[in-house]
Write a new protein. Structure first.
Length: 165
């Protein structure tokens, strides 16, 4: 009986407490994206990084940061629709691996008469970890938010049913 009461109390608390788990995972995803951003844009190997792809990446990064922060505020208030935005952003982070980092890792640039990779192995692994970590945080935040929203909706419906009876 105590487990049922504890569960009921925890569900009722959700009406008054913010969804900090999902929100904090969004903040961590933003932090990992900023680390990715810094790692990529501090690179200056030859002229490879002076192209339209970098400009598009900067614009996408700014949009990502804005949307991830918006989603962090939305999930804080148990808004289920923001889970879909988080899923999309997480998938976007995974797709990004195959665009700029992969191209930079495979590109060779002439520097001082020798060919060097535009992005070395260590930096490539680091940015992959940042993007995968960011994606995992976003997808985790979405899953947690969907689960909590479903539980809260069910609890609110049961309260309405008890009130109507």
């Amino acid at each position: 009986m105590s487990d049922v009461n504890d569960r009921e109390i925890n569900l009722d608390r959700m009406r008054y407490v913010k969804n900090t788990a999902s929100s904090r995972l969004c903040y961590l995803a933003i932090l990992l994206d900023v680390l990715y951003f810094v790692s990529i844009y501090k690179s200056d190997v030859g002229s490879w990084y002076y192209q339209i792809l970098i400009g598009a990446s900067i614009v996408y990064n700014l949009l990502f940061l804005l949307m991830a922060f918006l989603a962090s505020e939305g999930v804080k208030n148990y808004q289920k629709n923001y889970s879909w935005l988080l899923y999309g952003l997480g998938i976007g982070q995974i797709i990004r691996i195959f665009i700029l980092p992969t191209q930079a890792h495979n590109a060779l640039v002439q520097v001082g008469g020798t060919e060097v990779p535009a992005m070395g192995d260590a930096q490539f692994m680091r940015v992959i970890i940042y993007l995968l970590g960011s994606a995992a945080c976003l997808i985790g935040a979405a899953l947690i938010n969907q689960r909590k929203c479903t539980l809260l909706e069910g609890h609110l419906k049961s309260l309405q049913a008890k009130g109507a009876a």
